[in-house]
Ligand binder design. Structure first.
Ligand code: COA
Length: 148
């Protein structure tokens, strides 16, 4: 078998200014209908996506439903524009008795060209594991989750 002389670089593995070695929970592209009257993307639209992204690791850790109890902090560091490709990274930073706190960071690849990537948002949210009556329930231990 011959090796290609000039292999085409895999653009997915090129460092595009996104956090190395991490998988985003969500990737989204805001549309014109997500923009405010000035043409930039609504903060409320970004907050909704951040809430969804943060709930994903919380739901996995809780092994079931969660409800958002608090948005502890939320910073819009840079504007988001229609057509930006957004990547939402979410990490659990604290597990309590019934609560799970998640930090979410959002990066924008401007105009999908992957040449200008900026962090646009940082937030910390707390979720509560809830039962079928929507009451708080204890977060299961890691041992229970992995069946040890
Ligand atoms: C989530 C809910 C079931 C929790 O019930 P609750 O009786 O208020 O809960 P508690 O006071 O027992 O607190 C539960 C946990 O949240 C934490 N918590 C409470 N208020 C908090 C706040 N302002 N910030 C961060 N954590 C908070 C508590 O410390 C506790 O954590 P721990 O068990 O790990 O110590 C209830 O508040 C609720 O239904 N809220 C509405 C949720 C909702 O509609 N969200 C939007 C859509 S998902």
């Amino acid at each position: 078998m011959t090796t290609p002389q000039n292999p085409v670089p895999n653009v997915n593995t090129v460092n595009r200014g996104l956090p190395a070695g991490k998988m985003p929970e969500l990737r989204m592209m805001p549309a014109p209908s997500d923009a405010n009257v000035y043409g930039d993307v609504f903060g409320g639209w970004i907050m909704a996506q951040v809430d969804i992204a943060g709930s994903l690791p919380a739901t996995r850790r809780a092994n079931g439903r969660v409800a958002t109890i608090a948005v502890n902090s939320f910073v819009f560091k840079n504007p988001v524009f229609v057509g930006d490709l957004l990547s939402f990274y979410a990490d659990i930073v604290k597990v309590g008795n019934t609560s799970i706190t998640v930090q979410v960071e959002v990066y924008a690849e401007r105009n999908r060209l992957q040449t200008n990537t900026v962090k646009v948002t940082e937030a910390t949210l707390t979720y509560v594991a809830t039962d079928s009556d929507r009451k708080p329930r204890k977060v299961p231990s890691i041992e229970t989750l992995i069946g040890a």
